[in-house]
Design a protein around this ligand. Structure first.
Ligand code: ADP
Ligand code: ADP
Length: 230
């Protein structure tokens, strides 16, 4: 049960002047908690954005559950149902309430207004924000905003969550809470969690750490048995 598989995955920007990924091979299996780590500019975000179909590969293949990841422009269902994506900068819509923000990905799903509202309330309660439903994002702390974003990412019950530096904009106390929340999702909802971080202490909490450097994977393994590829 392989969730993601990349073979010879390459990504360049600016007509080939920037080689962000120089040939990545990897598999991510159902139920794993994988941390992707490495220095700034090594290609972590690019890899995650490829998994989320926010950018298109330059070369190589990339599959989700055995099928090619849909092309960027056809990926809206994939992005709202198959995966949940959590960004560093939250990306909430400022003129909508917390409750509305969480419902946005549900509009394509054929639910009634009442079903959407109930589901959004349930998700917000599960991230500890049942008392903030009618607040606007600007009225929340950073940690609370990220919890809204996580609830939104879970709107359609994805089996996979991709998180790009989800604690990067938070102080250490809020970062800890967000991390605990993600780990709870992983263990209770059996969500396959792939998280990009440059923070070694976060990477340590994952069952598996993929280390990147200069657009390549240089090591991949559990903390006990790391396979060095460099
Ligand atoms: P990381 O997440 O590890 O910091 P990124 O994947 O963001 O690395 O970036 C990898 C390389 O690709 C860097 O050299 C970065 O400057 C470049 N890059 C990333 N996104 C773009 C883009 N949209 N256009 C041009 N270059 C980019
Ligand atoms: P933190 O200490 O976690 O960074 P803040 O000091 O920003 O949090 O906020 C503390 C509490 O006050 C939070 O629960 C937040 O929801 C609430 N809050 C912050 N700013 C506003 C605001 N402009 N309007 C209403 N509530 C707010």
């Amino acid at each position: 049960n392989i969730v993601f598989e990349a073979k010879g995955l390459k990504k360049s920007y600016d007509g080939g002047h920037v080689l962000a990924l120089r040939g990545v091979d990897l598999q991510i299996r159902e139920g794993e908690f994988v941390a992707i780590t490495g220095p700034s500019g090594c290609g972590k975000s690019t890899l995650l954005q490829l998994l989320g179909s926010f950018v298109t590969p330059t070369e190589g293949s990339l599959t989700f559950r055995g099928k090619s990841i849909p092309d960027m422009k056809d990926a809206s269902h994939y992005r709202s149902h198959d995966i949940g994506f959590v960004f560093q900068a939250f990306h909430l819509l400022p003129t909508f309430t917390v409750l509305e923000n969480v419902q946005i990905p549900m509009f394509e799903g054929g639910l009634t207004v009442a079903q959407r509202t109930d589901r959004a309330k349930e998700l917000l309660t599960s991230v500890g924000l049942g008392h903030r439903l009618t607040h606007f994002p600007s009225e929340l702390s950073g940690g609370e905003r990220q919890r809204v974003a996580i609830a939104r990412g879970l709107a359609n019950g994805p089996s996979v969550v991709l998180a790009d530096e989800p604690t990067g904009n938070l102080d250490s106390e809020n970062a800890k809470q967000i991390l605990e929340l993600l780990m709870k999702l992983h263990s209770e909802r059996k969500v396959t969690l792939t998280l990009v971080t440059h923070d070694p202490s976060i990477a340590e909490m994952a069952g598996r750490t993929i280390r990147m450097k200069d657009g390549r994977v240089v090591s991949d393994g559990t903390s006990e048995s790391s396979i060095s590829l460099s």
